[in-house]
Design a protein around this ligand. Structure first.
Ligand SMILES: [Zn+2]
Length: 192
């Protein structure tokens, strides 16, 4: 009887692992569809966040991601949010930037994504918009940012800002709904 119980336990563990990897696979597919990039590099930040990239990210880039998540978790705790405050809860996809300068000529690596609800707004570039980051999944938590070679404080900010949507989704659904769509106004930071 002991043996039978053990095999059931093993079966349920492997089923759980299968579900988790299927969700991670779906997240990766979505990131590749949105960006047109292939994320062949997979690494962890020093604090344990999952990073997928087109080419090997620098140590400074990984540190900047950790800093953004640390800032996010600190402000989330201040707001009494407790869910999804582990580095390993997050998957960050570093895509190739589709531009490196904004319309004012400032260094601003961004990704081009379909305009969707931003069509016709001030953000619309003719069917697409430039975004500093974009949430692509909630379970597991995932978002895309662009490769940076300098101004890594901007990376920390983008990580914190995209993370805000995910923290709100898991901790305060109404506030998430009220702040998710910037075409209706409002930006970042959301959490103070
Ligand atoms: Zn946002």
């Amino acid at each position: 009887m002991k043996l039978k119980f053990l095999s059931i336990a093993i079966f349920s563990v492997s089923l759980f692992a299968l579900t988790t990897s299927a969700q991670s696979r779906a997240l990766l597919n979505r990131a590749q569809n949105v960006t047109g990039d292939t994320f062949s590099v997979s690494v962890n930040t020093p604090k344990g966040a999952n990073v997928y990239a087109v080419s090997k990210p620098s140590a400074a880039m990984l540190k900047a991601i950790d800093k953004g998540l640390s800032d996010l978790f600190a402000v989330a705790r201040k707001n009494n949010y407790r869910s999804r405050l582990n580095y390993s809860d997050y998957s960050i996809f570093i895509a190739k930037s589709d531009r490196t300068k904004d319309s004012q000529g400032n260094y601003s690596p961004d990704i081009a994504v379909g305009a969707a609800q931003y069509a016709g707004s001030v953000y619309d570039q003719g069917g697409f918009i430039y975004a500093a980051g974009m949430v692509i999944g909630y379970t597991p938590c995932g978002f895309v940012i662009a490769e940076h070679t300098k101004d890594l404080n901007r990376v920390s900010d983008v990580v914190r800002y995209e993370g805000e949507h995910l923290v709100l989704y898991h901790n305060d659904r109404q506030r998430y709904l009220d702040t998710a769509d910037h075409s209706k106004g409002g930006g970042h930071p959301i959490l103070q």
